[in-house]
Ligand binder design. Sequence first.
Ligand SMILES: Nc1nc2c(ncn2[C@@H]2O[C@H](COP(=O)(O)OP(=O)(O)OP(=O)(O)O)[C@@H](O)[C@H]2O)c(=O)[nH]1
Length: 557
Amino acid sequence: MALAVDLGWGVVPFAGLLGAVAMYCGLQRGGERGSDEQRRLENGLTRMAASGVFTLPAGAAKDAAEPLARIEAVAAELRRLREVAEGVHGVEALFGAGLRLEWISPSIERLTGRLPAECLAAGDFVDFLVHDSDRRYCQRAMQKVLESGQGEDFEMRFLHEQGKVCWVACRWRPLHLEDGSVAGLRLSAEDIQGRKEAEYKLLETVAQLRRAQALSENYLMRSNDERLRLSALLNVIRLGTLFMDRDHRVLYYNRAMLDIWRLSPGENLIGLRDVVLESKVVGLLESPEAYFDHIRQIVARQEVSAPFEIHLKDGRVLTEVSAVVEDSGHGRRGIGRVWIYEDVTEQRSIARKLVAMAERDPLTNLYNRRRFHEELERLLADAERRHVKVGLLAIDLDGFKPINDAFGHQAGDEVLVTLAREVGGIIRRNELFFRLGGDEFGVLVPDADEDDLIELAHRIVEGIGALRFVFGGRPAGLTASLGIAFYPDHACDGEALIAAADEAMYRSKREGRNRWSVAAAVQGESARMSIQAPGPAPDASPVLQVGESREPPTGEQ
Ligand SMILES: Nc1nc2c(ncn2[C@@H]2O[C@H](COP(=O)(O)OP(=O)(O)OP(=O)(O)O)[C@@H](O)[C@H]2O)c(=O)[nH]1
């Protein structure tokens, strides 16, 4: 059914009316309102009325001027309507019942580059103007409006003749006949390209924000994983770790930290100020004041601190190192400070044992020959600097081999141990006693005085000679031969001093054992060159002093 218009005095097919009005207007424009033409028009209108195209008011047929005036009024009204329709910003279009485009506003050109005439000439409006992706939906929606008589609103894309796309918001409305049936559709399409672009931009921005959020969530998750890994690591290592913030409050600590400082495992240190922390450990420290002074010095500096030893009352030894935690901007103040504590008690003990093993004789626990040489060099350097003497006593047992041979090696060991203890009891605290190997011993005496050393040698000879042993029910004893030498009197260096003392000791052996001898004074000044020793000038001739124990011990020799 064709689209029709109600003019108030009859329903007129739209196209027919437009034709009639155009014809009328054309006549007007041409100024040819001759009576023939007017008559033709009046006849035409009368025929149209007679054929039911529209209904003339009663009496109109008698007065042909009446419908003409009405047509003029309608034409004027239509011109105004056309002006309005052609001037609309959006697109307006009318479709017949076959969904064929019957009229479209010129504004379609602005959106699609297509002229209304092109659109009307195109067979199918949807195929011609609607974007591929929206065609089926559009066709279905048009059909639905036609069938249901209910309007549909949706957005779709027009295709511009140059291929670009233009989004429009469509309002599809049915056109009803008087009897209520649907005679066609009306489309009102509004250009929403700007809004769509804004929406796309917004969506893109939202997508970017989502990506950024996902990225930051990913970073957060990874940094959280890192934190957990670090925390797990810090909790398994034996180093006590403490992070303080720049306001001197506890930020983080690990289990070892609580362990080392004997704090209960459930203790919560987070947020505690340094002074509170100090109050918790003060009872453990051997020298709290010294330690807290040290902390204040460290905190005042920026560089990594040197390892510091902390001695605790329970005998443990801790080492501490601290460093500023730099901030990412490498600011001078940093974001806080890390403190690392290590309980080195066991290491220190092992080190002590290793040192002892390296420098002590395992049988007698006396210093060994290695330590003897170290101490000798040290004492000689000191004597050189302070212009004092160093005395060396070389001790060699007499008749030790026969004890081994007669009573066994274990008996010999017992003799050595007993002897070490006895002689250790005779020497003074500043005198150093060594087992130099086998049955050889040595005593180094700093700031030595000749008379004192001779007195010491005498007491040692007597002390050893007085030792009494019983092995397998049989008594045993032994004596010792001693040699005494002084630096710089008898030697200008360590080796020479040893040689001089040995020489004196062998002299004691030769002279009958169980005695002491003082080394012969060296000829000339060579041994004294480096020292201006106080006292009388030495005699140029070799001097030998020999001492003997008054009571030679008994025993199997
Ligand atoms: N039991 C024991 N004997 C040792 C040890 N070290 C060395 N000896 C022995 O000590 C003896 C030292 O020999 P000598 O110096 O000739 O013995 P000596 O009988 O004192 O000889 P003189 O010095 O001439 O009187 C050797 O028999 C070694 O085997 C040890 O650690 N334990």
